[in-house]
Design a binder for this molecule. Sequence first.
Ligand SMILES: *Cc1c(COP(=O)(O)O)cnc(C)c1O
Length: 372
Amino acid sequence: MNKLVLFSDFSFIHSQIRDEIFNDFKSVYDNNWFINGKSVSEFESKFALFSNSRFAVGVSNGLDAIFLALKALGIGKGDEVIVPSNTFIATVFAVLNVGAVPVFVEPDYFTYNIDPILIEGKITKKTKAIIPVHLYGQACDMEAILEIAKINNLFVIEDNAQGHGAFFNDKITGSFGEINATSFYPGKNIGALGDGGAVTTNNESYASFIKSLRNYGSNKKYHHDILGYNMRLDELQSAFLNTKIKYIHQWNNLRVEVANRYFNSLKDIPEIILPFCHDKATHVYHLFVIRTVRRDELLSYLISKNIQVLIHYPIPPHLQISLSFLNYRKGDFVIAEELCETSLSLPIWPGISSNEIDYVTTEIKNFFNGKK
Ligand SMILES: *Cc1c(COP(=O)(O)O)cnc(C)c1O
């Protein structure tokens, strides 16, 4: 039996930083302070710098980061927010959780990112914001999106959960919108050892409002000026993130090398559509997603060869049971639906070996050559 090829694996990056992470734990432990302390503020400074933004505020997770960004912009009941029709459900739930209505816009057929050309047709008097998602790690066309937002007087909130360290026009993701949101879920390119998230902004009042909202509406202990939440990033996760953020560009480069090896090996298979990059965007390959009309067969075949592959995502948001009250049906967003039926994510992580990649691509070729 062939060796198992994992879809994702932390062993390489975590062995590289094991001693540093253990020291991070010791220093928080010995410091005797676990919430809203110096590790959080240190990480906020580092992440703001990384994101080319004046402020970063650490929060509990990516969903809450988008939610808090919407709250800070005063978006709620009666408002509409434009989101891609193909995204992880968190983008959509955050909009619903503030009481606003998500309005879906189809992605570009090749980049899988929200198609700026289709946005304007969805803008109404109620539209307040656009949430572009840098899906799979490729930066959205932020030039076009910012232009549409400006003309129509809309806020932009980047959902940068998958695009840490990607650029559009030499400008880093997380630096474009009024407020931007991200996640440090362990599997993201910058991942904590548990849940975590952040918002970034150049606006001081948004930053301080979100600091208060995340902490029971309080900037001064036992003074609760606004109705708030408990949506904090803790000291331990911040300490781990302070270490991990130092390696992000190095680890992203390893992901790009893996992607290039996949490109080289798979480029001559006509039945496969490979990831396509906008010429002004960079891609940090949070995921390496290929497409084929024979997706389900290929998936079973690769699983039978001990290669872990996954589908991102099998069901588009508009067809999720939780959203059935919005009354969408199959056929409403045909591109999102087609992506769900044809996409397959191949194993990718910093440290996957060339042998493992070659095993994956050899088996994909065997599948299409009928050698099964
Ligand atoms: C992971 C993810 C989120 C949510 O992050 P959590 O930290 O899991 O809440 C939001 N949007 C996208 C696109 C994601 O991939």
